[in-house]
Design a protein around this ligand. Structure first.
Ligand code: ATR
Length: 283
């Protein structure tokens, strides 16, 4: 990589941020595309977020990804946000066009692209079960509602959060039936698994070092697709159990990759070198 006076600077705001895979993924993409751009990680503490958004304008930083804990709190500092970002209530990508900051949420498109590419699954008209009701679940619900899923059942450890999400999304998408259940309600969990064409895990359960959810896998329909947003380990317990039953199941590496690819395309206006980006991931 050759840095010159013309080099455009991109990066990521997070806290902490040193674990992020985005720098290796995007620098590999810039290099493969022959673009004079560099991508760096900025550890931004919450109290400095406003000043950091101002610095993007002051220093002509071309584009930024935003990760935990800033995805929601960055919004007031931006000039506009995309419809997807509005629905999710979170921004993970910003483009700086001559000092005007626009926010996007590429987790939504990343999730939908991963369903299509990795599972050959189109959620339109489907009954879907979503496990979890946090930030990742919001991006998944947005994608499922935009694609016209027919029914969404949200299951969460804290049922009030699932109910809040169900009410909020139902008010924006009245034609979609959205229900909320507690993870402790064994009968409902079983029914939601049995009736679903697609099951999406948006909880952090099953991540390296975190116990997986104990689910009644025997209830799963053989035709159901299973998508686990967790990508470390490469094969989660959920995906392993689903595959052992003959279900088409994938972990979240694709969503990570495709959200990055969409950010790259927003910034550069060119098609992302997805294969190069995938190879760069240290997984
Ligand atoms: P993210 O941005 O990754 O979605 P989050 O907003 O903190 O992170 O949400 C984490 C989700 O995983 C929540 O739905 C959480 O359940 P609660 O709302 O009850 O906290 C869920 N979660 C995390 N650890 C879990 C576990 N061990 N068992 C079940 N659910 C878990």
């Amino acid at each position: 990589m050759k840095i010159s006076g013309e080099t455009k600077v991109y990066g990521i705001f997070g806290h902490p941020v040193n674990h992020s895979f985005s720098p290796v993924m995007h620098n590999a993409a810039f290099e493969a595309a022959g673009l004079n751009c560099v991508y760096v990680a900025f550890d931004v503490s919450p109290e400095d977020l406003g000043a950091s958004a101002g610095a993007l304008r002051a220093m002509s930083i071309a584009g930024i990804n935003v990760t935990v804990p800033h995805k929601e709190s960055i919004i007031p500092f931006l000039d506009s946000i995309s419809p997807e970002a509005e629905l999710v209530g979170a921004v993970n990508t910003i483009i700086n066009s001559g000092g005007v900051l626009k926010g996007y949420n590429t987790d939504v498109g990343g999730f939908l692209m991963a369903l299509k590419e990795d599972l050959d699954c189109e959620p339109g008209g489907m009954r879907v079960t979503v496990l979890g009701a946090g930030g990742a679940a919001r991006a998944v619900l947005t994608g499922l509602c935009m694609k016209g899923a027919s029914e969404i059942n949200v299951i969460n450890r804290t049922v009030s959060k699932a109910q809040g999400l169900a009410d909020e999304f139902h008010s924006s998408f009245e034609q979609i039936e959205i229900n909320a259940y507690s993870l402790d309600d064994a009968d409902s969990v079983r029914d939601c698994l049995a009736g679903a064409g697609l099951i999406v895990n948006c909880t952090s359960a099953g991540m390296k070092g975190v116990e997986p959810l104990a689910l009644p896998f025997e209830a799963l329909s053989k035709e159901a697709f299973v998508y686990d947003l967790v990508y470390n380990p490469v094969e989660t317990e959920l995906v392993k159990a689903a595959r052992e039953r003959g279900n088409n199941a994938r972990t979240g590496l694709g969503m990570l990759l495709y959200q990055g690819a969409e950010s790259f395309e927003i910034w550069t206006g060119t098609v992302a070198p997805v294969d190069v980006m995938k190879k760069a991931l240290p997984l």
